[in-house]
Design a protein. Sequence first.
Length: 257
Amino acid sequence: MLIDTHSHLYEESFLPDWEEVIVRCRQADVKKILLPNVDRSTFDSLQKTVEKDPELFLPMMGLHPCSVKENFKEELAAVKEKLYNGKYIAVGEIGMDLYWDKTFVIQQEEALITQVSWANELGLPVSLHTRDCTSEVINILKNKIICDHKGVFHCFGGTLDEAKQIIEMGYCLGIGGVVTFKNAKLGETLQEIGLDDLVLETDSPYLSPDPYRGKRNESAYTKLIATKLADIFKITFQEIAEKTTQNANRIFKFDRW
């Protein structure tokens, strides 16, 4: 079976053909889909999606770094209320993002540290967004706050040195559609570090793998990512599926769910 450890299938772009999207997921043997929250605006759509199929959809709760603005403390308060009064597989999607806007970088760091402290209190792993700031987040998690139950560096596309540091810290790397891109160097990096700390993800509806690059992504495409990894590591698709599922279970502890 396959596990999509990061997907926003609750977004509006899926409403017109929702049933077909889920049928394709099942046909691709995707058995679990982890749904990260973004901010207060996604509370309801996230919850409604989980209620449609609680066996398939496992929710996270967190404040996305791109939603850290002037009112981030209000957003954090709302997230905390949900997190402490609900059932969630992880704290996410949290982290930092220096690609779009550096205006609130100090606030992003504060929000990250705050949410990691919540993960520690609740005994949960984290799902980390680190666009254009992987080394900065590594530094925070090494020197400012230790995350007790680790988690996933979502959408990993960093250097070999960053990958090694992340793994040494006890985290997994979330591997998505980027690994299928023709000019991507990610496959070479993964060959150097092996399969023991990789999990699959789509980040739907974003970052579609080839041959769907530029189109809406969906969780069924987890199979394309697994197929690419099988090619990179020169092993069978089944071995990729089994190992990445084991890795996801190690981090997210599905039996506890």
